[in-house]
Ligand binder design. Structure first.
Ligand code: NDP
Ligand code: MG
Ligand code: MG
Length: 341
């Protein structure tokens, strides 16, 4: 049975009684640090001396310390650097500063699930994974709402790791929306599968193929962009509000009939088999190994794939078209045409 926790199920005082070091001040790091501070928690930020994020964290009023110093000072160490560098940061600067009674918090279970990080005895290991991007985690908190979280405990050395995890989840605003109990294995495998098969990989490929089919058939790229990318958000918003059923309720009968007869032609049973193969590679650790091996070699495959993606004609079309419209003025620090990392 799924167990869901809300604000009234957690005691904020637990995390308020701890010294918290947030390591990393990127998408998730800035959101956790700011939300915890606004919830009355004592927070410092841990970063490398030459970190690009340091000025921003300082501007936002945080004491920024080298990772080792922040880890030595803290009771609770939150690891929010990119997954592929976590094991290095951990081995070099965090592990030497761990002691019995401290806790490690993760935002994604990758390094624990695939064995890249093993905590010493006496240290709690917990996961509080917001089911949304960091900038949304912050924005929702400021609006008095929250992004749902999923929460797990890998090691309960203290006997109170669950209470601490729920308290932390409340501190970042997650329990305003609700928190679901999970495991590191379930969170990691489903998160990787969701982003690879559907949310990011599947959707990006679907949109690119749709754009290619229309433009290769001679239709204007601007019109194709609207039909296969821009409107996707409007459809997904309806799904988010009320499931696939609400989306089908809102669209025209023509669109709904087309959905039923053509959806399964495009996404046929082979696609499901491909998804199962993707899941198998996640479960076996083959995906993790490939990702980490490429990262350790300086990320040649990743860099080449990123460049190839940015060169797809749909990006140039979208860049020009979006300038002409007022629908998506954004206040985050994403720069059009450059992956800001
Ligand atoms: P980002 O890439 O946005 O941020 C990384 C931060 O870590 C930056 O501040 C970066 O500093 C810092 N950093 C990088 N290398 C080091 C290092 N060697 N030592 C110290 N600090 C370092 O990461 P995300 O927020 O995307 O991801 C963090 C974690 O959260 C991951 O586990 C991810 O899976 C998880 N997560 C992320 C989500 C998201 O919304 N992005 C959603 C849910 C979970 P600098 O500026 O100098 O590079
Ligand atoms: Mg995810
Ligand atoms: Mg993920």
């Amino acid at each position: 049975m799924t167990e869901i926790f809300y604000d009234s199920d957690a005691d904020l005082a637990l995390i308020q009684g701890k010294k918290v070091a947030v390591i990393g001040y990127g998408s998730q790091g800035h959101a956790h640090a700011l939300n915890l501070r606004d919830s009355g928690v004592e927070v410092v930020v841990g970063l490398k001396d030459d970190s690009k994020s340091k000025p921003k964290a300082e501007e936002q009023g945080f004491t920024v310390l080298p990772v080792a110093e922040a880890s030595a000072w803290a009771d609770v160490i939150v690891i929010l650097t990119p997954d592929q560098v976590q094991r290095h940061v951990y081995a070099d600067d965090i592990k030497p500063n761990l002691a019995e009674g401290k806790a490690l918090v993760f935002g994604h279970g990758f390094n624990i699930r695939f064995g890249y990080i093993e905590a010493p005895e006496g240290v709690d290991v917990v996961l509080v994974a917001p089911k949304g991007p960091g900038h949304t985690v912050r924005r929702e908190y400021e609006a008095g709402r929250g992004v749902p979280v999923i929460v797990a405990v890998e090691v309960d050395a203290s006997g109170s790791a669950w209470e601490l995890a729920w308290s932390y989840a409340k501190g970042i605003g997650g329990l305003r929306a609700g928190g679901i109990k999970t495991t590191f294995t379930e969170e990691t495998e489903t998160d990787l599968f969701g982003e690879q098969a559907v949310l990011c990989g599947g959707t990006s490929q679907l949109v690119q193929y749709g754009f290619e089919v229309l433009t290769e058939a001679g239709y204007q790229p601007q019109i194709a962009y609207f039909e296969v990318l821009h409107e996707l958000k409007l459809i997904v918003d309806l799904m988010w509000e009320g499931g696939i059923a609400k989306q089908r309720w809102s669209i025209s009968d023509t669109a709904e009939y087309g959905d039923y007869v053509s959806g399964p032609r495009v996404i046929d049973p082979h696609v499901k088999e491909n998804m199962q193969a993707v899941l198998a590679d996640i479960q076996s650790g083959a995906f993790a190994e490939r990702f980490i091996a490429d990262q350790d070699a300086g990320a040649p495959e990743f860099t080449a794939l990123r460049a190839k993606g940015e060169q797809h004609p749909i990006e140039a079309t979208g860049r020009e078209l979006r300038k002409l419209f007022a629908w998506n003025k954004s206040d985050d620090d994403y720069v059009e045409g450059s992956v800001a990392r």
